[in-house]
Design a protein around this ligand. Structure first.
Ligand code: ATP
Length: 698
């Protein structure tokens, strides 16, 4: 049974909080929205057979000043990536506004500018693709194509081979502007390098720099940055935040950010718009006021008599949302929630993927699947991985290069600052890196080159025994494969080759599609919420035709990430590599994937009054479900390698960790072992970053 608390959210009208006074001599606002509602398609064209076309931000009233005292800098805070992006797009004049005159850009109009060019948007989905989309192996070729453009060319937008004089004049930044932006973003040493070589963190900074320099650095009045801190290490995040603060406070340009509830909200953000998953703005105004409102909502839910009397029942989705947002904000110290009465419950605390605070269980370790014995990866004279001496467990003596062994049954977290070599390390495991041939690396106990009495292992052997999801795989994945074919491609050598499927493979594909249909089917039938996936599978009710008709490229970014995560894990391969695999997913979707990674179809997350809790599916369905389970999660013969910059995205099963040093430091990597899931202990995360005793870096 589902409990709703109708009165809690009866205030569906936006909470408008007191406005800041504008200077009497102020120029007109840069954006004015007066009681407007937005649509993706014209509402009069909607028919019962057309895709859903809900109104967004209904009856929104919002004014962004072009200049104000005290200074205002706005951010949109939402748990939904789609809503965050839509909001920023709406600021730029995109999407249909009703009534059409309700949205205007008076400041731009007074200067004969148009939002399309004067307001820039920088999103961070599919970054690699925009950098030329070379496959990962191409990134490591020692000779880069001469036509590959340099970071300097990318930043100015002068990328063609023979740009016209006018283009060059228009795009060349004023003297000193390029140098300042490059210095601020710490990109000086990469200026003449091909952009295809940049790490994820470096390319993120490059994209911000390019937006700042658009039109020669003269044209951008406002810069909308969509979740700019995803994928950045805590130190780079701090640095970029201070650069943005300086720009925002100088109005050069004005900055609007989108933020996830778990992001550190920069101190210099003064105003917030909070919009829920349903696309409605619940509150907007000065940050402190919005926090006060969210805190009140959060505490109302925590103390709601309706849900307290029924702690074992699922909560209404809106309550789940506010509760999750409130939990993130109070954990980060954005507000201090009043302690609720302790719950008398005998249920032990578990991470969202079902691991206890201190985990005493042991997974038997099997054979080594990755062995690195003194790896040092260099380009010319610059070493990017392994430029250190390290004590090895075998000899105990300091030896040069990276020494690292991964065994079956181990779950590793690979951490380190942006540019420290995490992706390079994984490219040696997947054998995408050409130096895998010469470096002392053994995969599945074999080298790439033959050794006396033993043939070398081929790339097809290696990749058939691995599942891999990463931003690079995502950027290059063929967009025209159907949802079903995407999953089936786990059984083929390359995504476009015909997969070799058997009955078991088909059963697994169907199980994933049923379990994740809410996340993967953008046009669910109206009655689809009635049954939980496990019950639907049991009853054989699930019609999965949609998965053959919908293409990978038609899904949202978050759903594409879900699909690639499933493709990496569906076969239970010997090595699973999840490189930033959960970044860009919305919180609740990510939690569902994390639980599926470890427990497959055997557990489901329930959102109770006492918080989200994984429960055995057998309990939900009655005993006897065991024989119907096609996917049970990670198994003993598998090794897991995870790269993430965000604690929330690290699976609860990860125990071993390695933290690579900042490039050029010459210090060895630090390694350790956690005694439980990192989700339940900020101390464990601080340990990785060498910050014990300090507040958690995120
Ligand atoms: N072919 C190449 N030539 C020169 N330098 C390269 C090449 N390929 C990668 N690099 C450099 O190697 C360093 C390590 O990059 P890598 O992508 O492995 O870092 P990372 O730890 O994964 O970073 P992030 O967290 O930002 O994703 C970076 O400074 C990158 O610019």
């Amino acid at each position: 049974m589902r409990i709703t608390t109708p009165n809690l959210f009866s205030r569906t009208r936006t909470k408008h909080l007191p406005p800041t006074r504008h200077l009497s001599t102020s120029p007109p606002p840069i954006l004015s929205i007066q009681n407007a509602t937005f649509y993706l398609h014209h509402p009069s064209l909607s028919s019962p057979s057309s895709p859903p076309n809900p109104p967004f931000f209904p009856n929104l009233t919002l004014t962004l000043p072009s200049l104000s005292s005290p200074h205002q800098t706005w951010a949109i805070l939402s748990p939904s990536s789609i809503i965050r992006t839509l909001f920023l797009q709406i600021l730029r004049g995109q999407h249909l506004c009703f009534p059409p005159t309700a949205r205007s850009h008076p400041y731009l109009t007074s200067r004969h500018q148009v939002p399309d060019t004067a307001i820039s948007y920088v999103g961070f989905n599919g970054e690699r693709q925009r950098f030329g989309g070379a496959y990962l192996s191409a990134r490591y070729e020692s000779r880069v194509e001469e036509t590959d453009f340099s970071l300097r060319m990318y930043l100015t937008g002068i990328e063609g081979l023979n740009p016209g004089e006018e283009v060059v004049r228009e795009r060349t930044p004023e003297r000193g502007v390029l140098e300042r932006v490059v210095k601020d973003l710490e990109l000086e040493r990469f200026l003449e390098s091909p952009v295809s070589l940049l790490s994820n963190g470096q390319s993120r900074r490059a994209r911000i720099g390019r937006a700042l320099l658009a039109g020669g650095g003269r044209g951008t009045e406002m810069l909308c940055l969509d979740a700019p801190f995803i994928g950045l290490d805590p130190f780079v995040s701090k640095h970029i935040s201070s650069v943005l603060q300086r720009l925002a406070e100088a109005n050069a340009p004005r900055i609007v950010l989108s933020l996830r509830p778990q992001d550190v909200i920069p101190e210099w953000i003064t105003h917030i718009v909070y919009a829920g998953e349903d696309g409605k703005v619940d509150a907007l105004g000065p940050k402190e006021e919005v926090f006060r409102y969210l805190k009140q909502q959060y505490e109302d839910i925590e103390q709601s008599p309706v849900s307290r009397q029924n702690p074992e029942h699922d909560l209404d989705p809106k309550l789940v949302e506010i509760r999750e947002v409130g939990r993130h904000l109070s954990e980060k110290g954005d507000f201090e929630a009043d302690p609720t009465e302790p719950q008398t419950t005998s249920i032990p605390i578990l991470s969202r993927d079902g691991y206890p605070q201190t985990d005493t269980s042991t997974t038997p370790l099997g054979a080594p699947v990755v062995e690195m014995e003194g790896v040092n990866i260099k380009y010319g004279s610059t070493s990017v991985l392994g430029n250190w001496t390290q004590s090895t467990t075998s000899s105990g003596n300091p030896t040069s290069g990276l020494w690292w062994t991964v065994r079956q049954g181990q779950r590793w977290g690979i951490f380190g600052p942006n540019g420290s070599g995490k992706t390079t390390l994984l490219s040696l495991v997947t054998s995408d890196h050409p130096q895998t041939y010469s470096a002392p690396v053994r995969i599945f106990q074999r080298s790439r080159l033959p050794t006396p009495g033993e043939p070398g292992i081929t790339i097809f052997d290696i990749q058939a025994r691995m599942g891999h999801s990463s931003p690079e795989v995502h950027a290059l994945f063929p967009k025209n494969l159907s949802v079903r074919r995407t999953l089936e491609s786990a059984w083929s050598d390359t995504p476009i080759m015909k997969p070799k499927l058997d009955g078991e493979a088909g059963r697994r594909v169907d199980a994933c599609l049923s379990w994740f249909k809410a996340e993967l089917n953008p046009n669910p039938p109206s009655n689809s919420a009635a049954l939980s996936p496990s019950i639907e599978v049991k009853l054989g009710n699930g019609n999965l035709d949609w998965a053959t008709n919908i293409l990978f490229g038609e899904l949202s970014f978050s759903s594409q990430r879900v699909l690639l995560f499933l493709r990496a894990t569906i076969r239970n391969p010997e090595i699973v590599i999840l490189d930033e695999a959960f970044s860009g997913m919305d919180d609740l979707v990510r939690d569902k994937c994390l639980l599926f990674l470890s427990r497959g179809e055997t557990m489901r997350l329930h959102y109770h009054e006492t918080g989200p809790r994984p429960v055995e599916v057998d309990v939900e369905m009655g005993a006897g479900n065991g024989d119907r389970v096609a996917i049970r999660g990670l198994m003993e013969h598998q090794a897991l390698l995870v790269v993430s910059h965000s604690r929330q995205e690290v699976p609860g099963c990860v125990r071993e960790w390695i933290c690579l040093p900042e490039a050029g430091m010459g210090t060895p990597p630090r390694m350790g072992r956690w005694d439980g899931p990192v989700e339940l202990s900020a101390r464990r995360w601080s340990e990785v970053w060498g910050l014990e005793g300090e507040s958690s870096p995120g």
